[in-house]
Ligand binder design. Structure first.
Ligand code: NAI
Length: 341
């Protein structure tokens, strides 16, 4: 099979270490991939480039698919998030984060199988922030009919194609009557075309409580940008933490696959981060290519990787966040060893 060129952005903090681990596993899986490595984030700044260099964007536009490590964003000052910029510039409007129990990872709940669908381009992440007068600042929440409609449509299509039974919209339309009001109106409108899928609207504060009391009652969660960001991490906590939740940012043209977690500066440089969330994102990427480019060889590689990491987890051979004692690279080596070569 022909090699598929894919853009790889190692990112910051734990990013380079976990991408090295993932590259090793992908290579062992037999997936015919040629990585086109490009910088973004602090790594790009250090080379006197923009945080999101044009040549990185051009490469993603050319090859359509990228695997991305986390990029650091300064807190309370400095440049705009590279991650938010990338999603907006490429109009990667749908973030999908599958959240599932993994065998061998003991958590408070069993039977968790959620998909968090997050609107990725607007809401409070529009970056419209102003100083009105000294001591008074403002941040604007933006909602458009177009974006609310297309993310709802995307979520219902996702639910139908995956045989999911229910879409739950989390909102705060009792307070933000215009913005969240528009979001639920569009979701409700779209739901009418999907009579086979149950639809419910839940005010997000009560939704958070229900999610941590009984996550099994949920299936697909549909949320605007900020809520999607928060609920993704909360949901990760239900199944073992940020080390085990993958993600994808999907647009009409390009798709960028990345873990839900960030650059984890507290553990960077120690070779203890869990590479699994990025590896699972890479498996989502292989399945995406199988679906969109008829690359069944990639689906087989993805299955190979999945059974290899499941075996490792069942044997307790994991990183510290999951109760094991392996380093990042050692965990990847175990997965490689388990692979059906
Ligand atoms: P974080 O997700 O980086 O870390 C939160 C906690 O989870 C930390 O204790 C960390 O050690 C742990 N953790 C995260 N990933 C892990 C892994 N793979 N294995 C083991 N433990 C892991 O979130 P935080 O600390 O809020 O943000 C750090 C930086 O990352 C910030 O600059 C933030 O803006 C950026 N960030 C980037 C994202 C992206 O690139 N898509 C997403 C989220 C945050």
């Amino acid at each position: 099979m022909e090699k598929r060129k894919i853009v790889l952005i190692p990112g910051d903090g734990i990013g380079p270490n976990i991408t090295t681990a993932v590259k090793k596993v992908i290579k062992a899986s037999g997936a015919e991939i040629e990585w086109i490595e490009r910088k973004a984030g602090l790594g790009a700044l250090e080379e006197d480039e923009d945080v999101l260099p044009e040549k990185t964007l051009d490469a993603i536009k050319e090859h359509k698919v990228a695997l991305k490590g986390p990029c650091t964003t300064p807190i309370g000052e400095g440049f705009t998030s590279v991650n938010v910029q990338l999603r907006k510039v490429l109009d990667l409007y749908a973030a999908v984060r599958p959240v599932r129990n993994l065998s061998g990872v003991n958590t408070r709940f069993s039977g968790v199988d959620l998909a968090v669908i997050r609107e990725n381009t607007e809401g409070l992440y529009s970056g419209v922030e102003n100083t009105i007068t000294p001591g008074v600042v403002m941040s604007m929440k933006v909602a458009t009919e177009k974006a609310c409609y297309r993310i709802s449509k995307w979520a219902f299509e996702y639910a139908r194609h995956r045989g999911r039974r229910k879409v739950s919209v989390f909102h705060k339309a009792n307070i933000m009557k215009l913005t969240d009001g528009l979001f639920i109106r569009k979701s409700r409108e779209v739901s009418l075309d999907y009579k086979d899928i149950e639809y419910e609207e839940i005010i997000i504060d009560a939704g958070c409580m229900k999610l941590v009391q009984d996550p099994g009652r949920f299936d697909v969660l549909l949320l605007e940008n900020l809520y999607g960001d928060l609920i993704s991490d909360l949901s990760a906590g239900l199944v073992g933490g940020l080390g085990v939740v993958p993600g994808a940012n999907i647009g009409e043209r390009e798709a960028v696959f990345e873990a839900v977690h960030g650059s984890a500066p507290d553990i960077a440089g120690k070779n203890i981060a869990n590479p699994l969330a990025l590896l699972m994102s890479a498996v989502m990427m292989l399945n995406h290519l199988a679906d969109t480019e008829d690359r069944e060889d990639f689906r087989a590689s993805g299955e190979n990787i999945k059974q290899a990491y499941n075996t490792a987890l069942e044997e307790g051979l994991t990183t510290r966040d999951l109760g094991g004692s392996l380093g990042t690279q050692e965990f990847a080596d175990v997965i490689v060893k388990n692979m059906d070569n």
